[in-house]
Design a protein around this ligand. Sequence first.
Ligand SMILES: Nc1ccn([C@@H]2O[C@H](COP(=O)(O)OP(=O)(O)OP(=O)(O)O)[C@@H](O)[C@H]2O)c(=O)n1
Length: 400
Amino acid sequence: MMIEPFLSALPVLERLEAAGYEAYFVGGSVRDYLLKKQISDVDIATSATPVEVKEIFSKTVDIGIEHGTVLVLYNQESYEITTFRTEAEYQDYRRPKEVAFIRNLKDDLKRRDFSMNAIAMDKNGKLIDPFKGQLAIKDKLIQTVGRAEDRFREDALRMMRAVRFVSQLSFSIENDTLTALTNHIDLLENIAVERKKVEFEKLLIGNNRRIALKMILDTNLFLYLPGLNNNKQELEQLQNFQYDSLNKKEMWSLLLFCIDIKEKLIETFLRDWRMPIKEIREIQHTLFFLKKRLQQEWSIYDLYNAGYDNILSAEKLYLVFTRIKESDSIKHWLDLYEQLPIKYLSDMNVTGNDVMEWLNKSGGPWLKDTLLKIERAIVEGKLENNKQKIKEWLMACSPK
Ligand SMILES: Nc1ccn([C@@H]2O[C@H](COP(=O)(O)OP(=O)(O)OP(=O)(O)O)[C@@H](O)[C@H]2O)c(=O)n1
């Protein structure tokens, strides 16, 4: 019995077949289906070349034509359709120098990374599994298709993918695969940070992240991670903490805190990981409030300045570092936050214009200070958020 999202994608396979080509579901979607996990993107492999695929479907996007991949938009969904291919020669272990399109499914499956990812499924739900991927899934094993060293030389990122899958799926790495991984980990030197980041972030939030993070140290993989290669001891400390419930931002904050990075170097560290500036700022804020929290309890004004997300993240991290298990402190602080008279500057019932008019002064740096003073007084409950009351308060404390 076929299930969603394959069901919706069936017409795509059928149209390729009607045009005389072979077409199968492949890769992560088939793996996750067999694992009864949430299925993300459905990828399709076909004997049709990209040009032939584009002739069949009216809405397509060229997302990687040189690698044989066309994005097909069908019924509001999008599917990556990749031509069966082998990867002929390899250049500096990054990406195949050239891909050769072929007409044979088995040869396509043969060049894939792990046996669990090298299973195809046809339109009737029949599995084509020449490399015993189902057995590997049953045994919870990450095993390369064929010789591990060859697969890793084709694309060294696969070594990081292996450890990412350890974290995501709670599988083990099969012995020969692990030996090759340990022996050839230096091939990761050539891999672009952007690609490493994708794998590392998936690893950081996997269910089995503790084991995967330990593996990063045991295999020396950490030596090829920006900013972490000098921090073996600090990263070992991680094993002492219970951080399974942290989200991605909190995991980055945990790492940065553990390596005891100087505040002004946080941005450089995260930029080296090609992190977008918005995410960098979020992590900086979380760390700022975490450090404060480790020294003292939240003040009302800090709760206001931090905002819901930062309170939640900093408090979660605080509990990790203090090893407090049973605690309703998160709820306590968030309840206090919810009770604040205002949440944002824009919630104040007064504007800069009002203040200038009342005091009969033109704008200047004093105005910002005054608004901040009013804001703080309101937040701390010393002043009601009411225009008339604010005016009286301001007139009373301003020099005549
Ligand atoms: N370095 C790589 C990356 C991918 N693949 C193959 O391409 C498929 C799709 O890759 P991708 O979408 O990156 O990962 P998934 O395995 O689908 O995993 P997920 O969707 O969970 O990220 C993989 O299953 C695998 O067969 C590979 O052989 N080597």
